[in-house]
Design a protein around this ligand. Structure first.
Ligand code: GLP
Length: 260
């Protein structure tokens, strides 16, 4: 696990944008795994700027999003379909038919989850999976106690996740109770994982993910099993880590080093 700690959110986000740019520049038809949430908005804004500056093209890229709320149609302003178009897809040259997100309004959500899992399997595999982290350590919508061997399926959201996400809805009642999410095993099959966490509200989950035991109690701790997982943090998100001086020593100011 590579732990890169930056002095602020802007520099952390820049580093993640560079991961995306490097991946797409090396392989224009890369398969990207995308994440949603407030943390990712600055990243997508930056990627849109890089595109407008002529530094990258997404025209041959395929994308798979981590998750979607059950019950929301793609046009719903709080759906992740809407989020992705608004934050990213509508502003770059990506081919919309190559952007995949589970359909939360499918008549049979379980079947939709299976269809999505096989769509990922039929692609050439995800080259770079972007991840955020919930305050309770969830990745995608894999809430605590999710099986570390899980595949794309329906997950019931915890009260804390619904509380955290209710800001986007008119009230807690409006916030969906269920989601379709890639499973933890699905996520771990991506060739490279990059998780971005910023702000003090993520510091406990970040410490459990990096320095705690591998446990379904903190789904993100499963990243410890992945051979190419990079955790990109600002100082606040890193504030409860114990081995901080080691991380700074290996990657001063989040820089790359010859040896990890
Ligand atoms: C949602 C998403 C996650 C995301 C998390 C954190 O639950 N399903 O993929 O990581 O929110 O979001 P935020 O960045 O808003 O804290």
């Amino acid at each position: 696990m590579k732990v890169l700690i930056f002095d602020n959110e802007e520099n952390a986000t820049r580093r993640v944008a560079d991961f995306v740019l490097d991946t797409v520049t090396k392989e224009p038809n890369s398969v990207l795994g995308l994440a949603t949430g407030g943390t990712m908005l600055a990243l997508y804004a930056l990627l849109c700027r890089k595109y407008h500056d002529g530094l990258v093209s997404f025209s041959d890229v395929t994308t798979f999003n981590l998750d979607e709320y059950i019950g929301l149609n793609p046009e719903h302003p709080c759906s992740y379909h809407h989020y992705m178009r608004n934050a990213f897809f509508d502003h770059v040259d990506i081919n919309l038919s190559n952007t995949k997100i589970p359909y939360g309004n499918a008549a049979d959500p379980s079947e939709e989850a299976k269809r999505y899992e096989s769509q990922i399997a039929q692609s050439n595999g995800i080259d770079l999976q972007l991840l955020g982290i919930g305050q309770n350590g969830h990745i995608g919508f894999n809430e605590p106690t999710s099986s570390l061997a899980s595949r794309t399926r329906i997950k019931t959201l915890t009260e804390s996740t619904r509380q955290a996400n209710k800001v986007y809805f008119d009230s807690l009642n409006e916030a969906p109770k269920y989601s379709i999410t890639m499973g933890i095993a699905t996520i771990l099959e991506a060739r490279n994982l990059v998780l971005l966490a910023t702000g003090v509200s993520k510091s406990a989950a970040v410490s459990d993910m990096i320095e705690g035991p591998i446990s379904a109690s903190c789904p993100a701790s499963a990243l410890q099993m992945h051979p190419s997982a990079t955790i990109v943090l600002d100082q606040e998100a890193a504030s409860q880590l114990k081995l901080t001086s080691y991380y700074h020593n290996v990657h001063p100011q989040g820089s790359d080093s010859a040896f990890d």
